[in-house]
Design a protein. Sequence first.
Length: 280
Amino acid sequence: MPAASQPVAQTALPGAVPQTPAAAESAASAVTAPAAADADTARPLKSQLAVPHELSPWSMFLSADILVKIVMSGLAFASLVTWTILIAKTFELSVIQRKLKGALKRIGNARSLAEAQLALGERQGVLPSLLEAAMHEARLSAGISGDNGIKERAATRFAEISRAEGRRIRFGMGMLATIGSTSPFVGLFGTVWGIMNSFIGISKAQTTNLAVVAPGIAEALLATAIGLAAAIPAVIIYNHFARVTKTYLELVARASGAAARLLSRDLDRGNAGVIARAAE
């Protein structure tokens, strides 16, 4: 009996279809083909989500909202104004400081207003203006007794000239102060506006994928970066010119004192009439 049952165990089941190797291979390829197609489709989609476009500053500027572009352009113009003021004021301050120091050195040995004017010649500047104001006041006060009155009136003229020179030399510094104090907030406004538009785009796309969200937020943050790039140099340059201007105004005060001393010497010598005739 055991020997008779062995052939029965090795026979195929009734109704079963024998499967050849070629049929098995085609069935396996049919199963794996959709999976491979899905993988090939997912790869480009993944790369497209990872880098939707080039994230360079220029490309982010071009793809930004129109209001954010206006903010960025205004901040870039403000930065250009800052560096223009730096170049112009540096040249101006260096020239006028050198001229005023040279003028003070020339009149160092002058004994009277007339000698000081002869030493300076036809030069222009704050010191010649101070000497001219002293001579003009002496001419107008000719025949008036009392030297103290002449000195007081001349001192008021010197103060007016000094204030006018201070206003002239500070020209442009107000623009630096404005740029330094407002540029970060202007850039922040552009950032807030850009992020708001980015979130609106996210809600429309119905996705929270970072590759989709990041470019819009990066474009918005670029406005803040440009605002800081405009504000930080403006503040530093303003502080620098504040120190340089203070030094120059101290030289102007020295020039005013020199003119006052020359006028006082002439008055103490009793040369008020001589001064008036020299001024004429």
